[in-house]
Design a protein around this ligand. Structure first.
Ligand SMILES: CCCCCCCCCCCCC[C@H](O)CC(=O)SCCNC(=O)CCNC(=O)[C@H](O)C(C)(C)COP(=O)(O)OP(=O)(O)OC[C@H]1O[C@@H](n2cnc3c(N)ncnc32)[C@H](O)[C@@H]1OP(=O)(O)O
Length: 558
């Protein structure tokens, strides 16, 4: 679980627990045993901790949370043992240093990384806090303000950003050999004093401003993470780093994680973590065809038809995924101009916030290719139709696409309820047709339902699934039925809220309560965004709208 070797006075402890070197009890034990060997070996003057395979370390093993505190060394015991080592330890980071992985690195005396590495303390996304000293060491290294930003939101940062604020001591090019580079670095620090290198002993630079900073983040967290308990507990723990000695601060951190671990919110978020990964493994029931034995078609050129609310968001998602050729077709001049302006404004916003660089923004704008007729789509690999939710308009478009697109092109419809098979039948090759149902706003919402038509080929399904993952979506394969899965679930929610209106509540009152509970948007805001007319059309088509029925009548009769 951790391999040990010695090279030129440097002991190498390499974590070996594929696929992501999570810190299971065996790995922690392996690190401790190796550390003892290194400390006892007089020929060893420095130590490097690295990860084998694709990554340094993604943190505690989430599957072992229930037993985490029972086995020695626990992660919070291990980090203190590492930091107090009399021999300098260098963390050699490639891939990810996430959660407990970063906490291990913070306990080392030096940290070096490949420029491609990503760092994060994402525990808050699992409803907990960094419980191995992260809330106490990070503020001592980068201050309270930046620590609150890192820990309360759990976002990942590049090694370069981490170096700029003082987490990483040396960056190596992404193609360097991280182990070789780290060993050389370790040799260069042999004999240097460790006095200023034990992070838990450092003062917190902006400690005097803690109340002010705390207030600022309470406000931000209150808005961005409404209803979530963990972010506030994270802020409290970080505050204690400013007010208390390390040992006392650690007690507070411990109280925080004990309160959060096992909470309903944490259990749900952990369930979600694994569920989101499970859905990547799709299968076509009863055929033996699945994600493991089906290869996607190579997609370089994508086209989006329609630049309304959905089309704009889909185009943005494709650009963010790095697609270098995105044709956009919108025949209505005003809609086209508004759509393109919207996309460019959003990209400007990303660049202004630093989410993307100016160069990335320019290359995304260059990737946008407005087209004015179907002929121009003839060499497109994937077409996503996102026009008005009308069967006749969609059929008309797919008939044209069937005529002009190359035979291997994947033709996707972004319908939220229409029959994908009926649309597919108007093309000469129904097996090339699939549903790709995005949720508004498509550049923000993470869910993508790919709808398997009865004729969709496995390769076409694999392509839609792969494209969803390239766009960073939680991509789920569903069957072709009315409302698919998302809207069938959502419908029960809307039925209940509609009953509330019938009982006298105003839409804004319902929305206020839902937002207070933690929903990003209220149910009626969502309706306004997606278009209430879409729901009306769906219900009318399925004869669910009957104005004669009195309030309180069962929904199906209305
Ligand atoms: C009841 C009272 C109890 C009191 C207890 C008090 C004491 C407790 C002390 C605990 C101290 C712990 C402190 C520590 O701070 C806690 C943590 O470290 S929590 C973990 C934090 N890390 C994360 O959240 C990272 C999670 N992983 C990711 O985000 C991603 O995997 C990635 C790093 C971005 C990489 O993404 P990808 O390359 O896409 O890879 P996958 O996501 O597909 O992952 C591949 C494979 O690995 C599995 N996996 C990933 N991370 C973990 C993990 N941390 N533990 C276990 N398994 C992990 C993932 O599920 C995939 O599996 P597959 O689907 O292939 O089977």
């Amino acid at each position: 679980m951790a391999n040990y070797s010695v090279r030129n006075q440097v002991a190498i402890i390499s974590l070996c627990s594929p696929p992501v070197n999570a810190l299971s009890s065996d790995v922690r034990r392996g690190i401790l045993d190796s550390l003892k060997k290194a400390e006892q070996d007089v020929k060893v003057a420095a130590i490097v901790i690295c990860g084998e395979g694709r990554t340094f370390c993604v943190g505690a093993d989430i599957t072992e949370f229930k037993s985490e505190f029972k086995t020695f060394p626990n992660l919070f015991e291990l980090v203190d043992i590492l930091e107090s080592s009399p021999k300098p330890i260098v963390a050699a980071i490639h891939g990810h240093a996430f959660g407990g992985g970063l906490e291990v690195a913070l306990a080392c005396h030096y940290r070096v990384a490949l420029s491609s590495a990503k760092l994060a303390l994402p525990e808050v996304k699992l409803g907990i806090l960094p419980g191995a000293g992260g809330t106490q060491r990070l503020p001592r290294l980068i201050g309270i303000d930046s620590s609150m930003q890192w820990i309360a939101f759990g976002d990942e940062y590049s090694a370069q950003i981490a170096a700029n604020i003082g987490i990483i001591d040396r960056i190596f090019p992404s193609n360097a050999d991280i182990l070789e580079s780290a060993v050389q670095y370790a040799q260069s620090i042999i004999g240097k004093s460790l006095i200023n290198r034990r992070v838990s002993k450092l003062p917190v630079k902006d400690a005097s401003k803690v109340s002010h900073i705390m207030e600022k983040y309470k406000q931000i967290v209150g808005k961005k993470s409404r209803g979530a308990i963990a972010p506030m507990v994270c802020l409290e723990a970080i505050k204690h780093a400013a007010l208390l000695p390390y040992v006392e601060g650690m007690k507070k951190e411990r109280m925080g994680i004990e309160a959060l671990m096992g909470s309903d919110q944490s259990k749900s978020l952990i369930y979600m973590f694994f569920a989101e990964r499970q859905v990547r493994n799709w299968t076509i029931p009863g055929t033996g065809i699945n994600s493991k034995n089906t290869k996607p078609i190579k997609v370089e050129k994508v086209a989006v038809i329609g630049l309304g609310t959905m089309g704009r968001g889909i185009v943005l998602s494709l650009l963010k995924a790095g697609i270098k050729h995105v044709s956009v077709m919108e025949l209505n001049k005003t809609a086209r101009e508004n759509g393109l302006l919207f996309i460019k404004n959003i990209l400007e916003g990303y660049a202004a916030r630093g989410t993307i660089s100016e160069t990335q923004k320019r290359s995304m704008v260059d990737a946008l290719k407005p087209v004015s007729n179907f002929e121009m789509l003839k060499d497109t690999d994937l077409v996503i139709e996102a026009v008005f939710e009308s069967m006749s308009i969609k059929k008309d478009i797919f008939a044209k696409l069937g005529q002009v697109c190359k035979p291997s092109a994947v033709l996707a419809t972004n319908t939220s309820a229409l029959d994908v098979d009926e649309i597919a039948m108007v093309t000469p090759k129904p097996k090339q047709v699939v549903g790709m149902h995005f949720f508004a706003p498509a550049h923000v919402m993470k869910l993508l339902e790919n709808v398997r038509g009865s004729k969709s080929s496995p390769q076409v399904i694999a392509t839609a699934m792969n494209m969803g993952q390239r766009m960073g979506k939680v991509t789920v394969l569903v069957g072709n039925c009315h409302g698919f899965v998302g809207n069938r679930m959502f419908r029960h929610y809307t039925v209940e809220t509609d009953f509330m209106l019938e009982e006298g509540a105003y839409p804004e009152q319902v929305d206020t309560v839902l937002k207070k509970f933690g929903f990003a948007m209220g149910r009626y805001q969502v309706g306004d965004l997606s278009g209430n007319d879409i729901g009306y059309r769906m219900r009318t088509k399925f004869e669910m709208t009957n104005k004669q029925q009195p309030p309180g009548a069962p929904e199906r009769e209305r």
